[in-house]
Design a protein around this ligand. Structure first.
Ligand code: ADP
Length: 281
């Protein structure tokens, strides 16, 4: 298992190593620290209006360093999906800002946002979401194709090698197991060297052993490629592959655990589930 490794890694993104205090103030005359991969400031999102409005996010403040792996957890209805949608530019907050690589994406037109999502955000979904009519390699290249970028076949091949599917490039998704399909989805999410990879319950449809393999690959994407991964999960074991677990309850970030163990995460989840929705931390 490839859980958190030391961070002396090849950083193909060319970014400063994680742990170099990306948010702290630089000493006078020093090069300013790199912007966080993603930053949320005062992000609010409600559904409906008036007395029946549901406040799904109540002011989320968060900055995630490049090359970090974060798990977002919380009871059902705590706002995880809304968080993911707003952070990934799939939905617009009612208030607050989302900054991707230092750029405020909340102000962008729908067109620009769509373009930005294609090139600067990677997605891994529970249901894999591969296109059945395309080959594995074409699926991996799809984000570049949609973004109008040059399709980098050698990078696609390298990523497929990395996820252990070098021999399967010309197969169709239907000829692969669920775990293999999710590996293709990980390669696809990395092809454009995105600022952030969002993974939504990436192991929800997999058995335990296959789930571990997929989590290992996400971990390696962070440790070896310098990717930034944000994973929504309800599984404490999955969360233990992350550097940090964040806990949502009633639309607010109420807790966090650095280097979370499965047991510690499970204990926090029990405590949160017992707490009335909307109660303060
Ligand atoms: P989670 O992913 O943690 O289950 P969600 O972000 O889906 O939480 O939901 C947060 C809150 O917002 C819940 O109370 C949910 O019922 C509500 N909600 C989510 N989507 C909608 C919607 N489209 N319309 C109305 N309420 C919604």
């Amino acid at each position: 298992m490839a859980r958190r490794q030391d961070r002396s890694r090849t950083d193909e993104y060319g970014t400063a190593p994680y742990g170099s205090d990306p948010y702290g103030s630089a000493p006078h005359g020093a090069v300013p620290p790199a912007a966080p991969a993603i930053e949320l400031r005062g992000v609010c999102r409600s559904y409906g209006r008036g007395e029946t409005a549901v406040r799904a996010l109540r002011g989320i403040d968060l900055a995630l360093a490049r090359g970090s792996f974060t798990a977002v957890m919380g009871p059902s209805g705590s706002g995880k999906s809304t968080f993911l949608q707003c952070a990934a530019g799939l939905d617009r907050p009612d208030a607050g800002q989302v900054r991707l690589g230092g750029e405020d994406i909340t102000a962008l037109s729908e067109n620009r946002l769509t373009k930005l999502r294609r090139s600067r955000i990677g997605f891994v979904f529970q249901a894999f979401n591969l296109l059945p009519s395309l080959t594995v390699e074409q699926n991996v290249l799809l984000p570049q194709r949609l973004a109008g970028e040059r399709q980098d076949r050698s990078r696609a091949r390298q990523l497929l090698e990395r996820v252990g599917l070098g021999e399967h490039a010309s197969r169709r998704p239907g000829q692969l197991s669920g775990g293999q399909q999710q590996r293709v989805a990980i390669a696809r999410a990395l092809i454009t060297r995105p600022d952030v990879v969002f993974a939504d319950e990436p192991t929800g449809a997999l058995d335990t052993r296959t789930a571990h393999e997929v989590l290992d690959l996400l971990r390696q994407a962070v440790d070896s490629l310098g990717a930034t991964v944000v994973m929504v999960t309800h599984d404490p074991v999955a969360a233990s592959f992350a550097d940090r677990a964040l806990f949502l309850a009633g639309g607010a970030l109420v807790d966090e655990l650095p280097y979370p163990s499965p047991q510690a995460v499970a204990d926090r989840m029990v405590a949160l589930t017992a707490r009335p929705v909307g109660a303060a931390a």
